[in-house]
Unconditional design. Structure first.
Length: 371
């Protein structure tokens, strides 16, 4: 295994973790609809997601840990510099954990409604902020990297950021649009999840009505974000720390690779089919789809596949996955920000255990679903 192969292999693993994380955010999507839920249905719907927030948080932590181990320069640059953005995300998950533990506990002095508000806020902020953070892989961030600072005993900080430390990204409408698009994707997935999990006619009808609202908003935002992304200028690597601006860079990345384009189109179709089949299942046009309630699996798999393709066009094809608009030369690629060859090779051996871990997660998921 060459050093370059190991670097590309670990970006693939990062892509898989990121794609699974986006799918699991349906938990947040469900939380974002708590104020809209009818009182008599709320507890049953919240119950179906309350036992899965741990998986979402575990994947988030694993995603961050894998990034730290394989691409430490990104970790030290982003997590160490854009800390207000990441602190808001992590604080939201802490609030979520506390809320699920105490919202129905005896002696709860704050009351269930207070914790439901906390869950609602996490349901809104987590997808928007995480989606916005991922969008900076395409649209860039305001940072410079100075490795020589590590020798400065008074300020050994490897990256320099603006005064807002990551929050400045929210001033870019493209970042906000990307985050809001992810929010409505999670709401769509949550509706499909509730329809699949809860055998109650009124609850299913309620979620289909919500799906009729959330799905069109998501589709419109998805089309806008994809159009902006494909026709945006991007950087192309010409040397280890040398880059040139390329018009429509991500368009060329996507349409220049048959596999990546096939994944993107296949995933998009799967998401749309999951939505459409669910909506027409109880109409005169439903036909054999009558009582169809498995849209979450089609849309969920499609989500994973689409996000995989987006990670690939962000990190492969001589593209910096973390571009800097403050200093182009500081942009990070999978080649100039990775761990040593020895570290990546050692971790690659450990990564062979991933299928067993995935099997265990699937088994736990199955057991939770049967409860």
């Amino acid at each position: 295994m060459t050093y370059e192969f190991l670097q590309e292999y670990w970006w693939l693993l990062i892509s898989v973790l990121g794609a699974i994380l986006v799918f699991l955010l349906f938990v947040q999507g469900g939380q974002s609809m708590i104020p809209q839920m009818k009182a008599e249905q709320r507890e049953e719907m919240v119950y179906t997601i309350a036992h899965r927030w741990e998986l979402t948080f575990t994947v988030l932590v694993t995603f961050g840990g894998a990034f730290f181990a394989s691409f430490p320069l990104f970790y030290s640059t982003s997590f160490g510099g854009a800390y207000w953005l990441w602190m808001l995300i992590l604080f939201g998950f802490v609030v979520q954990a506390v809320s699920y533990k105490y919202r129905l506990a005896e002696g709860n002095v704050l009351g269930r409604k207070t914790y439901d508000i906390f869950l609602f806020l996490n349901g809104i902020l987590a997808p928007v902020l995480l989606g916005g953070a991922v969008s900076t892989f395409f649209f860039g961030s305001d940072f410079t990297v100075e490795k020589t600072n590590l020798m400065d005993g008074t300020a050994p900080v490897i990256s320099q950021w603006g005064s807002l430390h990551g929050l400045e990204a929210l001033a870019d409408w493209r970042v906000v649009a990307f985050g809001v698009m992810v929010l409505f994707l999670t709401r769509v997935l949550a509706n499909l999840w509730f329809i699949n999990q809860i055998d109650d006619e009124e609850t299913i009808k309620w979620n289909k009505k919500q799906l009729l609202i959330n799905a069109p908003i998501f589709v419109v935002l998805f089309l806008v974000v994809v159009a902006v992304l494909l026709f945006a200028d991007g950087y192309e690597t010409t040397g280890l720390h040398e880059f040139q601006v390329v018009p429509n860079k991500f368009f060329h990345n996507l349409f220049g690779s048959f596999v990546t384009l096939a994944f993107f189109l296949l995933g998009t179709v799967l998401v749309l089919l999951g939505i459409i089949f669910t909506l027409v299942s109880d109409t005169p046009y439903g036909g054999k789809l009558k009582n169809f309630r498995c849209g979450i699996w089609s849309a969920g798999l499609g989500t994973v596949v689409v996000v995989l393709s987006l990670f690939w066009i962000a990190g492969y094809f001589n593209t910096p996955y973390y571009p800097s608009y403050a200093d182009v030369a500081s942009s990070l690629t999978i080649y100039n920000s990775s761990s040593s060859e020895f570290t990546l090779k050692t971790m690659s051996i450990v990564s062979l255990a991933i299928p067993f871990v995935a099997a265990y997660i699937a088994w736990v998921w199955y057991k939770l679903t049967k409860k």
